[in-house]
Design a protein around this ligand. Structure first.
Ligand SMILES: [Zn+2]
Ligand SMILES: [Zn+2]
Length: 177
């Protein structure tokens, strides 16, 4: 249980893990770009495979990062964390709802199912659904950073019950559509 048992080269892995959610967001954009505009020739096969491997690696690093105490996270803790937390309530809600099976499972079904869309509208829907992952990643990254101020974690005990009315979809943050 020492810090030195961390795979993927310890410190370097930790630093990449710290940015894994950002790198994952970039990978999602790349996946959508490749899906909409397939590269020519052999690249049409190799690029998606490489992207897939990259996504898996980043996901594992992110999980590892989330389970351990990260010094980069502690150093980047904003001084006005409480105020910031109050402004990103919606992201907290998304982070909690996103881990609920009754929301997560249908979401995953749409995420996977939209891959089979072939019509132009279907492809557009596919792109939007894939890009919505980025918001989910951002929300969980924000939640992880400001967790001590999360009202659902504090009030809900285990943090899994979301009993407040869901807010309307974000429009003050960066829009994804
Ligand atoms: Zn970190
Ligand atoms: Zn929480």
């Amino acid at each position: 249980m020492t810090d030195h048992s961390v795979p993927w080269g310890g410190q370097a892995g930790g630093r990449i893990g710290h940015h894994a959610s950002t790198l994952l967001s970039v990978a999602v954009v790349a996946v959508v770009a490749v899906g909409l505009f397939p590269p020519p020739g052999l690249l049409a096969v190799t690029v998606p495979v490489a992207l897939f491997a990259f996504v898996i690696a980043m996901f594992l690093l992110m999980r590892q990062h989330d389970r351990s105490l990260c010094e980069h996270c502690m150093l980047s803790m904003p001084l006005d964390a409480a105020e910031r937390a109050a402004r990103v309530h919606r992201r907290f809600w998304v982070a909690h709802s996103g881990s609920e099976p009754r929301i997560l499972l249908p979401y995953l079904a749409v995420l996977v199912g939209s891959n089979f869309a072939t019509t132009p509208y279907g492809r557009a829907l596919w792109a939007v659904v894939q890009l919505s992952l980025i918001y989910l990643l951002l929300a969980s990254a924000t939640h992880r950073r400001l967790q001590p101020w999360c009202p659902w974690c504090r009030g809900g005990g285990g943090g899994s019950d979301v009993d407040e009315t869901p807010p309307v979809l974000p429009h003050d943050d960066r829009q994804l559509t």
